[in-house]
Design a protein. Structure first.
Length: 188
């Protein structure tokens, strides 16, 4: 019976390697983000001197947005792989991020929600820049304010952003409560 138990434990423990293709897929996601970043960058270069300022700001915010998503993917890949599959042997490489190997599942959760909130904030900022541009150009925006699809979209974006912020605060609060419980803190 002990041999069967040991075999099952070896199989279950080894099953963590089934996650490795997921992390390789996320590396592919970073490559996709790099391609989109390049497309956006080369799209705005010709408009730098000729286009309106708001268009340039929106394009740069899009670049920041893409960068944040790529950063989020790196955090998920490194932390997820080290927490669930295997330690990454960088042999003391000087460029190894300080946080690598120190972010547990709880920390990863907080970093993911913080990144999502930042991405949501940038999307909201892009909407505000667009509205500001539209309002400064009366012929492009109906002077007699009407509840349009764009107005409904901004309300939805604000609602989603507030929900994400509240979720992040609640996640952090739950982690703080969990850390302060005697059962959890005795493991440290």
């Amino acid at each position: 019976m002990k041999a069967i138990e040991h075999f099952l434990e070896v199989v279950i423990f080894s099953s963590r390697w089934l996650l490795a293709p997921f992390y390789l897929g996320l590396v592919g996601g970073i490559l996709i983000m790099l391609i989109k970043f390049g497309q956006e960058f080369f799209h705005i270069v010709p408009h730098i001197f000729a286009g309106p300022e708001s268009e340039t700001i929106l394009a740069i915010l899009t670049l920041v947005d893409l960068s944040l998503v790529a950063n989020l993917l790196i955090i998920i890949i490194f932390s997820g792989y080290e927490n669930f599959v295997s330690k990454i042997d960088t042999r003391g490489h000087e460029d190894r991020p300080d946080w690598m190997g120190k972010v547990d599942f709880s920390g990863l959760k907080i970093k993911v929600i913080a990144s999502i909130v930042a991405i949501s904030a940038i999307e909201l900022l892009k909407s505000f820049v667009y509205i500001g541009t539209a309002l400064s150009n009366p012929e492009a925006y109906n002077a007699a304010w009407v509840w349009t699809a764009g107005d409904k979209a901004i309300v939805w974006k604000i609602s989603i952003h507030v929900t994400l912020v509240l979720s992040g605060v609640l996640f952090a609060l739950m982690d703080k409560i969990a850390e302060s419980t005697p059962k959890h803190s005795s493991k440290h």
